[in-house]
Design a protein around this ligand. Structure first.
Ligand SMILES: [Fe+2]
Length: 236
């Protein structure tokens, strides 16, 4: 039931936005290949995710798990499953309340740990000690309902950096990832559908991101599987 992974042609998109000083450019996102970290157990684990009890109405077709860890150098320590909180300012759709999600399956922990120690990511994120939050999500669509990967619209997640990895997608029409700088929301700097094994590493303080709704390409069902890892440096 899982997609065959087409090899990723090497494209290292790197987005830049203007900083506050004239001529100063900062990297606002980059696209990395993380396909070597995806295994069949991770792919299969999406089929076991329980429904997200915090969605409603047209976007109720979401399945997810959550975990958090402390990263020190190359060691990862998973913390007790704690509630996840975003303010209403950040998430008008589901913010302002503590959400408790089912724990991450082992395969998703392994994937997130591999991302968290990947030098491509750590060079950007920085810090010796970090807190990470890991969201494993499947969004589905059918002939009766659309899939809404980002029901809140263009948004920030409320962290320093965020790594969004497309793990798999099946029969998806739409589901286009977009990034726009905070200070110039109409300038879309990334506008394309992520392929399995691609990770977009965002500077969440400088850009907003969004994923368009999707429908099944052929009649039937469609799904889009992602892992989102949020990074907060606690010791520089
Ligand atoms: Fe997000």
């Amino acid at each position: 039931m899982t997609d065959k992974h087409a090899p990723i042609t090497h494209r290292n998109d790197i987005g830049t936005t203007r900083g506050t000083d004239e001529g100063d450019t900062v990297t606002s996102y980059r696209v990395l290949s993380t396909i070597d970290k995806i295994d069949s157990e991770l792919l299969a684990s999406f089929g076991e995710l329980p429904p997200d009890g915090y969605t409603r109405g047209a976007s109720a077709f979401r399945y997810r798990a959550f975990g958090a860890a402390i990263v020190k150098g190359d060691t990862i320590k998973w913390t007790e499953n704690r509630p996840f909180f975003q303010s209403e300012d950040i998430n008008t759709y589901a913010g302002g309340l503590e959400r408790r999600f089912p724990p991450l399956p082992e395969a998703a922990r392994r994937f997130a740990a591999a991302l968290a120690v990947d030098p491509q990511i750590r060079d950007v994120v920085g810090g010796e000690e970090l807190e990470i939050g890991v969201h494993q999500m499947r969004v589905t669509a059918s002939d009766e309902h659309n899939g809404y990967p980002a029901p809140e619209g263009f948004h920030q997640d409320g962290f320093e950096h965020v790594a969004v990895t497309c793990i798999a997608q099946r029969n998806v029409n739409g589901g286009v990832s977009m990034i726009a700088p905070l200070d110039d929301p109409e300038q879309i700097v990334l506008d394309r559908r992520m392929q399995p094994g691609e990770t977009v590493l965002l500077d969440d303080l400088r850009v907003r991101h969004y994923v368009t709704p999707f429908t099944p390409k052929l009649p039937g069902t469609a799904y889009r599987d992602v892992v989102v890892v949020t990074f907060t440096v606690t010791t520089a």
